[in-house]
Design a protein around this ligand. Structure first.
Ligand code: BG6
Ligand code: MG
Length: 220
């Protein structure tokens, strides 16, 4: 088995922004008069802004019009943009930049596969967008994870078949998408939170693709 490419999710994999999404939803819930907890937040990872809002509203038992939903999404995103306005390299998750640079040096192609419409702005803001051969984000897809569209477009952009591409994901919905389309999935986080994946890493520090290859050999 040869690994020719890697596609990375953004929030919670490359940058530590999952906490800012959480804080923004929490703020919206508070304005609507209910508390929003971390367990529900786990279900929001990897899905679009509107899909997330629907889950938040369901938790609060709140019914609103489509127009009101648009306003709420807008508001949530304004708060989120405030949080990320001063994002810098310190918000990169440990080891990820060095890992990607190492892959590029070995000729492995690099893609982004994120549900976020803010993804390209974030990567440019941090100054690492040049490390990506292709960037697919929430603006480029019509179906959100667990639909594999975002990763399939990424693989197409890299000119690679999914079986040669590793997908790094911190969300269950994202792993489901990668598995459905035949990518090699790696969960970024614990096996308890991410039962879909067979392989997990807690951090990119001291991690190399050799580990993925040896696990694949064992399971073959
Ligand atoms: C995903 C996050 O990457 O992007 C979700 O895991 C988020 O929590 C989604 O809702 C959409 O992001 P944005 O930036 O378009 O609101
Ligand atoms: Mg994520």
């Amino acid at each position: 088995m040869e690994i020719k490419g890697c596609i990375f999710d953004l929030d919670g994999v490359i940058v530590d922004t999952a906490k800012y999404h959480y804080q923004s939803w929490k703020r919206l819930a508070k304005e609507l008069g209910f508390e929003f907890d971390e367990a529900v937040n786990e279900r929001l990872k990897g899905i679009s802004r509107m899909d997330s809002l629907n889950i938040v509203l369901a938790q609060g038992g709140i019914l609103v019009t489509e127009e009101e939903k648009e306003t709420m999404c807008y508001e949530k995103n304004e708060w989120y943009k405030e949080y990320i306005s001063e994002l810098d390299e310190s918000e990169l998750l440990p080891g990820v930049k060095v890992f990607i640079e190492g892959l590029r040096a070995e000729g492995v192609k690099i893609g982004l596969g994120s549900a976020s419409r803010n993804a390209k702005t974030i990567l440019k803001g941090i100054g690492i967008d040049h490390l990506f051969d292709v960037m697919i984000d929430g603006n480029d897809v019509s179906k959100s994870k667990p639909d594999p569209e975002v990763f399939l477009k990424g693989a197409e952009g890299l000119g690679l078949a999914p079986e040669h591409v590793v997908v790094f994901e911190d969300a269950r919905k994202g792993l489901e998408a990668a598995i459905t389309a035949g990518f090699i999935p790696v969960g970024v986080g614990s096996p308890e939170l991410l039962p879909e994946a067979d392989m997990h890493i807690q951090s990119f520090e001291n991690f190399s693709l050799e580990e993925v290859l040896s696990q694949l050999d064992k399971s073959a």
